[in-house]
Design a protein around this ligand. Structure first.
Ligand code: C2E
Ligand code: CA
Ligand code: CA
Length: 573
């Protein structure tokens, strides 16, 4: 009796617990935002649970009802869904698929979980159906952000690189070519600075909309940064040939880009073109090549299309190498100053020396200052390098001065960037004091490029230098925008007639006339003249006959080491 009572109590307790648990699971199920489809293979029943009624207007009570789903999902998704819903046929425990629901324009996710009995047969299956439209939308936005450029709506760089990679793989298989065009708006800064950022952006959008017309399955149009656009063309020919697209762009900009507010903007563009497989075989390198030739097109005066050729890219790569080496160059070890004598023409007496920088770059290979000075100017190294030049030149000059007491002038080349530095004058004066050098022994060679920016400030500095007694020489005269009229009133002492005049002075009649009149005018203005690059006696004689004051050139002396200058001084002292 006791035994029976115990069993009964136990059963009651178990039932009670199970009822509680069932209630809990039902509650969880019913309060869920998802809908569930529960299939019991053992009992051969199917139940619709959870939030079912919010999802579907049909019920699934037997296996064949599953076909109702196939009527509501997008056609492409039907077969995947069918596989998934009949999943128990395969030995898979869990699978997830995402389907678009046609009429509601939403996305549902079907998570199927199959439970297997000990004998390996499926016993139950639960399919959880959730509305994932919000997640999908967010993902889509993220994808858009990842692939599109927000400013213009064109593809961004990432997408471009990815698609270009696909083009290249396909081109390799099909043995054809792919062209990349880098299109850069010339002087975009003047639009941005002169008309404002809003106009600048509106212009870029309008230009991007125009470029969009070229976009199709074989042509990707993208916006990289600011005013740089890139187009990749698979198998370029016919209306998608490079020539056709470049011509169309040029025709378009010739008539002006009209902004939505009616404003017309006239611009030019520089285009660089590189082609697979000639220029490069991978996407990034191909883009690089196109960009490099685009820069070259800009350097050649803008408003042009330039096609890839190996020397352009090699020159660029060499410049990059020089730029990197310059950053780490240890001045005292890799650089050395050479000095080229300058003579009075009248009596061939030594007047002074021009300090010329020499760089023994990588592996003691000598790099010409005409190559590395422009690079140092671009990356700013010129400021430190220029200080080193002043220090080193004045140090050597001090040694000669102590040893020979010869009245000599040292001319130092000063680059425009260096001249602009606020501490430039102070640094020079301090270094001169350090080596006990008088200001009338120092001459600075500046070029017209110094005069281009902030003319008043430049002139103020020139006056301050001359107040200290330092001489100023205008270098490379005749190569820039030089006009004789603007020379008037410039606080300078000497004018250097460029080598290009001297080169042809004996053979070209008009050069002869120009040089004569320059020398004549300059004298009238009270400046001295130095002719540079004099290589022959005839040039020397002619320059003397027209009244040039001084000469510098291989004819009387090449640039030489400080020790050689010492020898020269010891011979004449
Ligand atoms: P630059 O100031 O016009 O210097 C004259 C250049 O002509 C020097 O070339 C000199 O070696 C060369 N030269 C002189 N006489 C003759 C001649 O008779 N025939 C020929 N064929 N060439 C002659 P370098 O030393 O290669 O310098 C090139 C340029 O590099 C210089 O032109 C100057 O603009 C720049 N540079 C050189 N040293 C410095 C420096 O210390 N600082 C700065 N900022 N620039 C420098
Ligand atoms: Ca010079
Ligand atoms: Ca010069």
């Amino acid at each position: 009796m006791d035994e029976m009572r115990y069993q009964l109590d136990l059963l009651t307790a178990i039932n009670h617990r199970m009822a509680g648990q069932e209630k809990m699971y039902r509650l969880i199920c019913e309060s869920s935002v998802s809908a569930f489809l529960y299939v019991s293979f053992e009992n051969n029943t199917i139940q619709c649970l959870g939030n079912w009624d919010n999802y579907f207007d049909f019920k699934v009570t037997q296996l064949k009802d599953i076909s109702y789903f196939f009527d509501i999902v997008e056609e492409n998704d039907v077969s995947r869904l069918r596989n998934n819903l009949f999943l128990e046929k395969r030995k898979l425990e869990q699978e997830t698929i995402e389907c678009r629901i046609r009429e509601k324009k939403v996305w549902y996710r079907f998570d199927t979980k199959v439970i297997y009995a000990e004998d390996g047969q499926p016993s139950d299956k639960i399919i959880t159906i959730s509305d994932i439209s919000d997640i999908k939308k967010q993902t889509e936005e993220l994808v858009n952000m990842a692939y599109y450029d927000l400013a213009t709506g064109l593809y961004n760089r990432n997408y471009f690189v990815m698609m270009l990679g696909q083009f290249l793989r396909k081109a390799e298989e099909e043995n054809t070519t792919v062209s990349v065009l880098c299109i850069d708006i010339d002087d975009f800064r003047t639009i941005n600075d002169g008309m404002g950022m809003v106009i600048g952006e509106s212009f870029l959008q309008t230009f991007a909309n125009y470029l969009k017309q070229f976009s199709d399955e074989n042509t990707i149009v993208s916006h990289f940064t600011s005013d740089l656009f890139c187009i990749a063309i698979y198998d370029p020919y016919g209306t998608r040939s490079v020539d056709h697209i470049c011509k169309s762009i040029k025709d378009k900009i010739r008539t002006g880009i009209v902004l939505p507010d009616g404003q017309k903007i006239l611009v030019t563009v520089s285009i660089g073109v590189a082609e697979y497989p000639e220029a490069a075989t991978n996407a990034l390198e191909l883009i690089n090549c196109a960009e490099i030739v685009m820069f070259k097109a800009k350097a050649l005066g803008k408003n042009t299309v330039k096609y890839f050729d190996t020397p352009i890219v090699n020159e660029f790569l060499q410049n990059v190498e020089i730029e990197n080496q310059l950053k780490t160059a240890v001045y005292d070890k890799e650089f050395v100053m050479h000095f080229q004598p300058q003579y009075y023409i009248e009596d061939e007496k030594l007047r002074g020396v021009e300090a010329l920088l020499r760089w023994y770059g990588n592996g003691n290979r000598i790099v010409s200052p005409s190559v590395f000075i422009p690079i140092a100017e671009r990356n700013g190294t010129i400021v430190t390098l220029g200080k080193w030049v002043m220090e080193e030149s004045l140090k050597k000059f001090a040694e000669w001065k102590q040893e020979f007491h010869y009245p000599l002038i040292i001319s130092i080349n000063i680059s425009a960037i260096q001249y602009k530095q606020p501490d430039f004058v102070d640094y020079l004066i301090k270094t001169m004091q350090k080596y006990d050098i008088d200001s009338n022994e120092v001459e600075l060679e500046i070029t017209e490029s110094v005069l281009i920016e902030d003319f008043e400030e430049v002139i103020r500095k020139l006056h301050s230098l001359r107040d200290h007694g330092i001489k100023i020489s205008l270098d490379d005269f005749g190569t820039g925008f030089s006009s004789l009229s603007y020379l008037k009133g410039l606080p300078i002492d000497t004018l250097k007639v460029d080598k290009s005049f001297v080169d042809t002075i004996l053979i070209d009649h008009s050069t002869k006339i120009i040089t004569e009149s320059i020398i004549h005018m300059v004298k009238e203005l009270g400046y001295k003249t130095i002719a540079e690059g004099v290589e022959e006696k005839e040039q020397y004689d002619y320059l003397k006959s027209i009244g040039c004051d001084m000469i510098q050139g291989y004819y009387l002396g090449k640039p030489m080491s400080s020790d050689d200058i010492k020898k020269l001084l010891s011979d004449i002292s």
